[in-house]
Design a protein around this ligand. Sequence first.
Ligand code: MRU
Length: 309
Amino acid sequence: MRTLEWENNKLKLIDQTKLPDELTYVYCENYKDVIIAIKDMVVRGAPAIGVAAAFGMALGYLAGEDMEKVASEIKAARPTAINLFWAVDRVAKSENPLDEALKMFDEDIETNLAIGKYGSEVIEDGDTILTHCNAGALACVDYGTALGVIRAAFNEGKDINVICDETRPRGQGASLSVWEMQQENIPVKLIPDVASGFLMSQNKIDKVVIGADRIAKGGVVNKIGSLMVALAANHFNVPFYVAAPLSTFDFEASVFDTEIEERSADEVIYYGGARICPEGTEVINPAFDIVPKELVTGIITEKGIIDPI
Ligand code: MRU
């Protein structure tokens, strides 16, 4: 399964808004289609957004568009995942945008396999691993970062169990991570986000492995709720790992300067299509939070496991 693919000069994307019920595809014929797909979260997850953006640049180039305009419009699609900016800048500097995007596609898979290999070293036989949101194949071209670590450990024959946080408000843990684990018969259970602290207090979680949208000086940015998981893990001495490629790092900036995306109030107001609060309710809906580095046990990269920066 590939989250995205270059097919007949179009970008083919799994429509992640339709999972887990339907496996359907969206085809982007021009760079504006790619921007819409990123904004609407047809494609989401930092590495997948990056590679989709690279193909968006390629579509712009093939159509003879003004590449500066294309680059700035694609960068404005979502503000937090650094891979989007990294990918657009890398393609902008390249001689042939399509060749560069295809190279990034291949590299993403290689990178995740390497992350899986290093990460599985910290997973022990019998571990129950909590993950948050979806840092799986669907968040990348394939295989995944956090779920790549889990896949690698499982494929090595380790007896592991996975617990997925539901990940309100959009439910990527419930709809995407659980689905991915089920596809490969990896034992998985779903919990409401509010349950992870209690399970840690009962010694029912041995490790946490999550992904990242940006890693900079002082900590890690990831899906909203990651901070609460990290605080609970720290309190109950549960190792808290972040799995991410080096393309997710910004070695210069402070993590606390990251722009945190604020998404639509409707994501919180409606649940399963039904309104769950009084009409006119005001909402705060940040899509990401920041885990300070003191709470991070290690960062699993394609070059090995490192300390947070
Ligand atoms: O809003 P999303 O679904 O794009 O957020 C995704 C996450 O927060 C992932 O954990 C992160 O991008 C890492 S994906 C390998």
